[in-house]
Design a binder for this molecule. Structure first.
Ligand code: 4AD
Ligand code: MG
Length: 431
């Protein structure tokens, strides 16, 4: 009998099919055993009636422990009250492997206990739903750029220099070259890509060694970074909002069931449609001061500030034109107000904070050199980057979106550690 997947049962009502999977939960009463199977595509109840199976198989069904692997053959029936909406009337049960006592039981466990068993925790229904949404988000990111003429441009992970500031670098020995650093962002390479392909995107893992123990910080996370030649800050913001609208709407269309598992209030996602509000840094500070929050003008926003600004809007808000001191060296100086840099952050609603950081880049060689010196960065490490301003420099812009913070917002879950298969945090390197 050909294997069918639970997600496909809707196309087999009335037919006899075989499912292969693991025991998620079970109960029995008298002549009936109810097995909830999970097969990676969903959950389904398999009803074993003693008279419908061969001798001995009823005992096999009864003896299955949590996470035992097994195969069932039965007839598919629509059953709206049952998990997933379909049920199997079982005719045959076959044991593949009887699991030992499974450590993650349906009762509540502490998060450290679960994180230590992350290799098993990913089988739980909530984790499964989150990671399926993560996959949908990554797929929609790729489709968005691929469909708009962008070329994928992979950046290296071992790099000779810092992009976002020197205090957050992981250093590793590198043969006779001295030290290599794990990349904080592929942006500088992405800029080379934009000059070669017009529109390029970098998509890969990035690393931050900052000692932040918050619900928003991982030491290893995935970032997607589009970079566009002949784009200014406004065009950059247009693309950012089109991009985020696309991702949210794709998840709503294709991952309804997973959002339901997470009990996500989808009315909060349905409103994520263009245009998004755009406010200057000065206007953002005014919001904080109006709320009586103790924010000092000229600083970067901390998590409580981002939450304070974001909660005034039901869509992501873009904050642009930042004091140049708090932003990276590569951001273009504002022509009208040289104290400002043409950076933009996108803050998610519902208190999720910054999901995107971007900017129009400094395209003037002399000004860029000045900034590298101001930031006390090693000039030699950037000689190749400066070449991009020597040979046909053009206005250009781009941004970087953190995948995990975006997953966390769209799923409505508190901590980024559940948004990636194996989270790397300051205090966690295992499993
Ligand atoms: O704002 P960031 O540091 O910007 C850059 O790295 C730019 N070079 C991007 C660019 O313009 N190409 O990081 C961008 C995003 C943040 O908005 C956030 O979503 C995510 O990356 N991020 C983190 N996510 C998880 N853990 C961390 N420690 C993160 N640091 C940044
Ligand atoms: Mg940032």
């Amino acid at each position: 009998m050909k294997q069918t997947y639970i997600s496909d049962l809707k196309n087999h009502v009335g037919e006899t099919v075989t499912l292969k999977g693991w025991l998620y939960n079970s109960r029995h009463s008298g002549k009936l055993v109810f097995l909830i199977m999970r097969d990676g595509t969903g959950l389904s109840q398999c009803v074993v009636f003693i008279k419908n199976v061969a001798e001995g198989e009823f005992e096999v069904a009864k003896s299955l422990t949590q996470e035992s692997s097994f195969i069932v053959t039965g007839t598919v029936k629509a059953e709206p009250r049952s998990v997933g909406g379909y049920e199997l009337d079982v005719q045959k049960v076959e044991l593949v492997h009887l699991a030992q006592e499974y450590p993650i039981t349906p009762k509540e466990h502490g998060v450290e206990f679960l994180a230590d068993r992350r290799h098993l925790w990913v089988r739980s229904h909530r984790q499964w739903a989150i990671l399926r949404i993560r996959h949908e988000i990554i797929k929609s990111i790729r489709n968005f750029f691929d469909d708009r003429g962008f070329t994928l441009f992979d950046a290296p992970i071992f790099t000779p220099n810092s992009v976002e500031g020197t205090t957050t670098l992981f250093e590793t020995p590198y043969f006779d070259e001295g030290s290599a650093y794990l990349t904080q962002s592929g942006q500088l390479y992405g800029e080379a890509g934009a000059m070669a392909f017009g529109k390029a995107y970098v998509f890969g893992p990035t690393f931050r060694a900052e000692k932040s123990k918050t619900r928003r910080h991982l030491t290893e996370f995935w970032m997607v970074e589009p970079e566009m030649a002949f784009y200014d800050l406004d065009m950059n913001m247009d693309l950012m909002e089109e991009f985020v609208e696309h991702i949210v709407q794709q998840v709503l269309t294709n991952r309804k069931m997973e959002l339901e598992v997470l009990e996500r209030d989808i009315t909060k996602l349905e409103v994520i449609k263009r245009p998004f509000p755009r406010i200057s840094y000065d206007e953002a500070v005014a919001i904080l001061h109006k709320k009586g929050l103790p924010f000092e003008y000229g600083n970067d926003f901390g998590a409580p500030d981002e939450t304070g600004i974001g909660e005034d809007f039901d869509k992501p808000v873009m904050v642009y034109n930042w004091p140049k001191e708090v932003k990276a060296f590569y951001m273009k100086q504002d022509e009208k107000d040289p104290s400002k840099a043409k950076g933009v952050d996108m803050l998610a609603p519902e208190g999720y904070g910054e999901i995107i950081g971007g900017a129009q880049r400094e395209d003037n060689l002399d000004l860029l050199l000045e900034k590298i010196r101001e930031h006390k960065l090693p000039e030699e490490a950037y000689d190749w980057y400066l070449d991009l301003r020597r040979y046909g420099s053009v206005p250009h812009a781009g941004f970087g979106m953190g995948v995990e913070r975006t997953v966390s917002w769209i799923c409505g879950i508190h901590h980024v550690r559940e948004t990636i298969p194996f989270a790397r945090l300051m205090g966690r390197l295992k499993p």
